[in-house]
Design a binder for this molecule. Structure first.
Ligand code: ACM
Ligand code: ZN
Length: 504
C-alpha cells in the first residue's frame, strides 16, 4: 500500500488537468484514471491490442496507450491487463468506429474495492450474482462480500447438516412491500404476506460456477458466515445449538427484521463444532485468503443465564459475558489461520482481546447504529488491525438516495450520490497509520430490497461513485466532473439492462 501510494504520488500529470482533458474529449471513464492525457487524433478501433508485461507497473495497474497506429496495454499482472480492457471499452463511443488517442497510467489507491450483497433477507440467485460480478468488475471493483447466513435465511448447503438447506433456507412468510415488521414488535403477523419464501440456497456446483465466473473478472468472493449473532435460521434447524433449545423448537427463519436475542450458545461444544464444520467447508470451497465471520449485533442476554455459557466462563476464567464473544473470535482466528485464512468481521468483534491479524470492517465510523459498543476506526488501527471502511454515512446503499418520487422502499437514512463520491476511507486516520486501511465497500443490505430491479436501482449509480472513491482515491475529480461523466455512463449501464437510477 505505502509503496504504491508513493509511486503514484510521483505522477507528472495532475488529475485535475486529466479530467478536464477527458471532458473536452467527451470521455466518460468511471472510475477516472489516476493519470491521463488526451494526445489528439483518432485510432481505428479494430484489431486486438498489443499486450506487454512490465514488471515495474504496480499490482492491478496498467498503462494504456492509444495511438493512431494502434493500442498497447502494459501491466505486470493479469488483473491490470483486465482493467485496461475495461477502460478501453469505456473509451469507445456507441456507433463510432474510432477511439480517441490517449495515454493512461493507472493503478488503484486501495486494494479492497468491495460490494456487499445480502442474499439472506431477500435472495437474488446465481444469475443475478454473476451479473453483479460482471458490472462491478467493469468498475474495477474486486471484492464481492457475500452475506450468506443470517436470522432470516441460510443460503449454503453444508455437507453433514442437511437441515440447513431443507429448513433454514425457507421462511414461512416475508414482509409485505411497504411494511416494516420488526422482531421487537409484540405481533407483526399482519405485516407479513403469508407466502412461503424458499427453499433458496446455493449448491456446491452453483458456488463453483460463480467462483469461476468471478475469477475470470478478477473478483475475489468473501463469504460471510455470521457468528455468534444473526444465526437464528441455523438455530431453527438445529435448536440444540442455542442456549435454550426449547425456545427454537418448531420455529423457522425469522420473518421480521431487527436484532434477535437467540444467538449461538458459546458454552456448547457442539455449537462450536458446528461452526468449525461450516468454516472448514467454506475454506475448502472458497479460495480467497479472507473469510468474514460477522460479529455484529450480538446481544448477550441469553449468555447471562445459560448454564453452559456460565460454565464456559468459569472454565476459561472469563470474568463477565463481554468476554465470551472475544473468546469465540480468538478461537476462529486460530482455526482460520490453520487453514491459511484471515478473518474479517464487523467492528464490534474487535472489542476485547483479539489478535492483530483479525481484520475489521468498520460500519459505525459516524457513530450510532444498533448493537453494542464498538471500536472507532482510529482505535482499531492504533491496536494494529487492518481495516476495511464501510461507514453507514457513505457506504450503506440500502439508505435513501434522495430522489424525488422514488418508487422503492429504503431502510431509512440518506446516502446521496454525492455523499458516496465524497467517501474517503482514510478520513481521520493519521498518515503513519493509513497503511492499515485496506479500502472500502458499499453495502447492499436487502431487508427492503425485494428483487433484482430494486437492487440495481439502489446499487447504481451510487456504486460507480464508491468505485471512484476507492480506485482513483485522493486523485478523484470533483463531484460535478463525476456527475457529468456519469450522465453518459448511465446510458451505457441502461443499454446493458442495468436498472441504474437517475442522477437528478
Ligand atoms: C451491520 O450493518 N449490521 C453490519
Ligand atoms: Zn449458552
Amino acid at each position: 500500500m505505502k509503496s504504491l501510494r508513493l509511486a503514484l504520488s510521483a505522477c507528472t500529470v495532475l488529475m485535475a488537468e486529466a479530467a478536464t482533458a477527458a471532458d473536452s474529449a467527451g470521455l466518460a471513464i468511471i472510475p477516472a484514471p489516476r493519470e491521463m492525457s488526451v494526445t489528439g487524433g483518432e485510432c481505428a478501433a479494430k484489431g486486438e491490442p498489443k499486450f506487454e508485461t512490465v514488471a515495474s507497473i504496480p499490482p492491478e495497474g496498467y498503462e494504456l496507450s492509444v495511438k493512431k497506429d494502434g493500442v498497447t496495454i502494459r501491466s505486470s499482472d493479469a488483473a491490470g491487463a483486465f482493467y485496461a480492457k475495461m477502460t478501453l471499452a469505456q473509451l469507445k463511443s456507441p456507433g463510432k468506429k474510432t477511439l480517441p488517442c490517449v495515454e493512461i497510467k493507472d493503478a488503484p489507491q486501495y486494494k479492497w474495492r468491495g460490494l456487499l450483497i445480502d442474499d439472506c433477507r431477500h435472495f437474488f440467485g446465481k444469475e443475478k450474482i454473476k451479473r453483479v460480478i460482471d458490472v462491478m468488475s467493469q468498475h474495477k471493483m474486486n471484492r464481492l462480500h457475500w452475506h450468506l447466513t443470517d436470522d432470516q435465511g441460510w443460503r449454503l448447503d453444508i455437507p453433514g447438516y442437511p437441515e440447513l438447506a431443507r429448513h433454514a433456507s425457507v421462511r414461512a412468510a416475508s414482509a409485505k412491500h411497504g411494511t416494516r415488521p420488526h422482531v421487537n414488535m409484540k405481533d407483526y403477523s399482519h405485516l407479513l404476506n403469508g407466502e412461503k419464501y424458499g427453499p433458496f440456497f446455493y449448491t456446491e456446483a452453483d458456488i463453483k460456477e460463480i467462483l469461476a465466473y468471478a475469477a475470470e473478472r478478477h473478483v475475489v468472493i468473501i463469504p460471510e458466515i455470521e457468528l455468534p449473532g444473526h444465526v437464528y435460521a441455523a438455530l431453527s434447524a438445529y435448536p440444540e445449538l442455542a442456549c435454550f433449545p426449547e425456545r427454537l423448537k418448531g420455529k423457522g427463519p425469522l420473518c421480521a427484521w431487527g436484532i434477535e436475542k437467540d444467538v449461538l450458545c458459546i458454552g456448547n461444544d457442539k455449537a462450536v463444532k458446528f461452526m468449525e464444520d461450516v468454516l472448514d467447508y467454506v475454506c475448502k470451497l472458497f479460495p480467497g485468503d479472507v473469510v468474514h465471520i460477522g460479529g455484529d449485533e450480538c446481544p448477550q442476554d441469553r449468555w447471562k443465564t445459560c448454564p453452559k455459557c456460565q460454565a464456559r466462563m468459569k472454565k476459561e476464567g472469563i470474568a463477565d459475558v463481554h468476554g465470551l464473544q472475544p473468546w469465540i473470535t480468538r478461537h476462529f482466528v486460530k482455526f482460520l489461520a490453520a487453514r491459511g485464512r484471515r478473518p474479517i468481521g464487523w467492528d464490534e468483534y474487535l472489542l476485547g482481546d483479539v489478535p492483530k491479524s483479525a481484520i475489521g470492517m468498520s460500519w459505525r465510523a459516524g457513530g450510532g447504529g444498533a448493537g453494542h459498543r464498538f471500536l472507532t476506526p482510529l482505535e482499531c488501527v492504533k491496536r494494529g488491525h487492518d481495516l476495511v471502511m464501510t461507514p453507514r454515512t457513505h457506504c450503506y446503499i440500502d439508505y435513501g438516495q434522495g430522489l424525488k418520487d422514488d418508487p422503492f422502499q429504503y431502510i431509512g437514512g440518506k446516502v446521496t450520490l454525492e455523499k458516496c463520491h465524497s467517501f474517503n476511507p482514510c478520513e481521520g486516520i493519521p498518515p503513519e497509520l493509513r497503511g492499515h486501511i485496506l479500502g472500502g465497500q458499499g453495502n447492499n443490505w436487502s431487508e427492503y430490497t425485494w428483487n433484482e430491479y430494486d437492487l440495481d436501482w439502489k446499487m447504481w449509480p451510487r456504486s460507480c461513485a464508491l468505485a471512484e472513491a476507492v480506485w482513483t482515491g485522493d486523485k478523484k475529480p470533483d463531484f460535478a466532473n463525476f456527475r457529468a461523466r456519469m450522465e453518459t455512463h448511465r446510458k451505457r449501464l441502461l443499454a446493458q439492462g442495468v436498472n441504474c437510477a437517475p442522477l437528478e
